[in-house]
Design a binder for this molecule. Sequence first.
Ligand code: IPM
Ligand code: MN
Length: 365
Amino acid sequence: RKSYKVTVLPGDGIGPEIIGVAVDVLRLVGSQEGINFEFTEKLVGGAAIDELGTPLPEDTLTTCQQSDAVLLAAIGGYKWDKNPRDMKPETGLLGLRAGLGVFANLRPAVVLPQLVDSSTLKREVAEGVDIMVVRELTGGLYFGQPRGFRQESNGERTGYNTMVYSTSEIDRIARVGFETARKRRGKLCSVDKANVLEVSQLWRERVTAMSSEYPDVELSHMYVDNAAMQLIRNPKQFDTIVTGNIFGDIISDEASMLTGSIGMLPSASIGESGPGLYEPIHGSAPDIAGQDKANPLAQILSAAMLLRYALGEENAAQRIEAAVMGALDKGFRTGDIMSPGMEYVGCKKMGDIVLETLESSRPAA
Ligand code: IPM
Ligand code: MN
C-alpha cells in the first residue's frame, strides 16, 4: 500500500471548513485506490500569528518541506490587515511559496457545462472556455529588491517596489509554459508590458528565444492591458497563458470570473523539486467564515491536482473530479454558483454529496 505525507494548512476564515471536507474526500478516494495518507496539520497565516506570533512558524515550513505535498486552504482576514508587513498572514503565504521554491503556479479556468449560466458573460462567449494561466510565483514585483518606505527631505513619504526578473527565472517559467501548452491545445500566449518595462522586454526576448525548441507550440505575445480586455471580449482565443507574478495574480482572478465563481477554481504551485503547494485561488472569505456557506469545490479540486501533479495518482484525481461533476449534475449548488431551479446547499452538505457520489463510484473489489 502506497503511503504519502501530506501537510494540511487550514489557515484562516473559511479555511478550516473547506479543508476538512477535502481531507475527507482524500481519505475516501485513498481507501478506494489503495493509497494511505499521513496528514499533519500545521498553522499558517493569521491563525499562526494569534497562536505563535509569526505568520510562518519554522516548524510549519520544515514539516511542509519534509512532506510529499502540501494542501493549503486560504489565509488572511480583517483582523490582521493593519499589522506591519512581517506580521501579516500574506507574508506567511509568500514565505511558504519561497521556502518551498514553488515558482510555477498553474491556475486553470474552465467553464463547466453545468455552470455556464453562472458566468456573468453571455453563454456564447463563456461556453467552452478552458484556459490555463501559468503564473510566475516566487519573483517579480512581489519579491524584488529594493522595496520599502522612505522619508523624503521635502517631508513626503515614498513607498516603492521593484519588478525584476533574471534570465534564469524567466527561462524556467517559460519552459513550464511551453510544456503545459504542448500537453494542451498547443497555444501559448505570453503576457507582459514590454512596451513600457525593461523587465518585460527581457521576458519577451527569452520567451521568444525558447520558442525555437517548441515548434509544435504556437507562441503569441500580448500586453497585459490588452490581455485583460481580450479575456472578457473573447476568452476562447486563449489556451495557455504564461506571465509574471503580479500580472498573473490579476489575470487569473479575471479569468476565474469567466467561470462564474472563484469558488470553483483550484491551483497547483510547483518547483524544480520537492513538494508542491495546492490551494484554491480564492481567499479566506472572512465575511462568511464559520457559517457553513463556503463552496468547498475549489479546495476539493485542489486535492485532485495534488494527486495528479504531486503523487502521480491520475486515477484518484479523475475520480474526485468526476465526483465534483456528479454533485453539480445532481443540481446541488452553494450560494456562489446558485441559479434558478437548483438546490442550495452549504459547505458541509456539498462535501457530503461529493463523498456520496465518490462512494457510489467505488470500483468492484
Ligand atoms: C493569490 C493571493 C495572494 C497573492 C495573496 C493572498 C498574497 O491573492 O494567491 O492570488 O497575491 O499571490
Ligand atoms: Mn490573487
